[in-house]
Write a protein that binds this ligand. Structure first.
Ligand SMILES: *Cc1c(COP(=O)(O)O)cnc(C)c1O
Length: 382
């Protein structure tokens, strides 16, 4: 019996850094300094440098990074923020929590990122910001996004939760827009031992504003200048993330090697050219960090359950685009409004791509997918 292939294996990663992580946790426990403080400040500097940004502001999660970034530019009820409907919920949720309106722009079906050709038509006098998402670890086409933003005086906030270290023509995720929002959720490429996040910026005034808002708007203590929130990052997360950051480029290289291996093996099997399944397309902007390796199949659900029977982990990111979620029914958007996002939601499937995935297991994933299509061809099911 072959061993299972999980979608992600955090235990395998932990085994390689156990002693360092434990020492870092111990250092924090001995200090009894848990909220913000020197570990968080050091992480902020290190992540900012990694992202080619002047400032990093550690926050409680990627979701709170998005929320506090929108608060920092004073997004108000009635304002509009342009974003993609094909993303994790937090992107749109942050906009709606401030009473603002998410205005969706359909995706480019090849990269799954917001289609910049559709962007300008979504701008109205109420538009305040554009919130592109760098989905699956590949950056959005940022040059046209920045051009539209500049023409209309809009702020650009990058949702880089899946894209730490990704590059667009040599510029890192989070360094192109006015702010970049990162998540350290354990399954992200740089994951903590709990929730955490960061906002990056090159703007000193925004950095100051973000720090103020992160601590309930108090400066000094108990003198609240504005209403912020508790969006603080804790020292335990920071200490663990500081252990992991130096390994990130090696893990990214391993993910890229796995992506190459999938492409080579599927090509060898002749299961390509879009006839049966589509592999992710590298848009050629620069570094893709493969937070996910997402294939596309018109028989997605049957393929997923077949792989599950073979004990191969997969996941659908995401089964529903934002405009079809129950909680956004008030936006009065119906099926058919964003056809590319809707098709992607029905056809995409993430395969295991984690750095520790070895060639034997990766080969089993490819074998199983080929087996699925062979069975279909044999039985003539369409
Ligand atoms: C993970 C993620 C978030 C939210 O991050 P959390 O740390 O889980 O709150 C936001 N946007 C995208 C695109 C994400 O993948």
């Amino acid at each position: 019996m072959n061993a299972a292939v999980p979608l992600l294996d955090l235990k395998a990663q932990y085994a390689t850094i156990r002693e360092e992580v434990r020492a870092a946790v111990d250092r924090v426990l001995e200090s009894q300094y848990f909220i913000l403080g020197p570990e968080v400040e050091a992480l902020e500097e290190e992540v900012a440098a990694y992202c080619q940004c002047r400032y990093g502001i550690g926050v409680s999660s990627g979701s709170d990074a998005l929320l506090v970034a929108l608060m920092a530019i004073d997004i108000q009820p009635g304002d509009e923020v342009i974003t993609t409907p094909y993303t994790f919920f937090a992107t749109a949720g942050a906009i709606v929590r401030l009473g603002a309106k998410p205005v969706f722009v359909d995706i480019d079906p090849v990269t799954y990122n917001l289609d910049p050709a559709r962007l300008e038509a979504a701008v109205t006098p109420r538009s305040r910001a554009i919130l592109p998402v760098h989905l699956y670890g590949q950056m959005s086409d940022m040059q046209p996004v920045m051009e539209v933003a500049q023409r209309h005086g809009l702020v650009v906030i990058e949702d880089a939760a899946q894209a730490i270290g990704a590059e667009y023509r040599g510029q890192r995720a989070g360094s192109i827009g006015q702010m970049g929002c990162f998540s350290f959720f354990p399954s992200k490429n740089l994951g903590g031992v709990g929730d955490g996040g960061m906002v990056t910026t090159n703007d000193a005034a925004l950095a100051d504003r973000l720090k103020l808002l992160r601590g309930h708007g108090a400066r000094p203590k108990y003198h609240h200048k504005v209403v912020g929130g508790n969006f603080r990052l804790d020292a335990l997360q920071a200490a663990v993330l500081r252990v992991k950051l130096p390994y990130l480029d090696g893990w990214t290289a391993a993910r890229q090697r796995n992506a190459d291996a999938y492409r080579r093996l599927f090509a060898e099997r002749g299961l390509l050219a879009g006839e049966y399944l589509f592999l992710p397309v590298d848009a050629g902007y620069g570094r893709h960090i493969y937070n996910q390796f997402v294939i596309r199949s018109q028989r997605r659900d049957a393929l997923a359950s077949y792989l599950k029977q073979q004990q191969i982990g997969t996941e659908v990111y995401y089964p529903l685009p934002m405009h079809l979620l129950e909680c956004f029914a008030g936006l009065n958007l119906t099926a058919g409004a964003f056809p590319e996002s809707e098709a992607a939601a029905q056809e995409t499937l993430a395969l295991p791509i984690y750095p520790e995935l070895d060639g034997e297991r990766l080969g089993r994933v490819v074998d199983a997918i080929c087996g699925f299509y062979m069975d279909i061809l044999d039985t003539g099911i369409n």
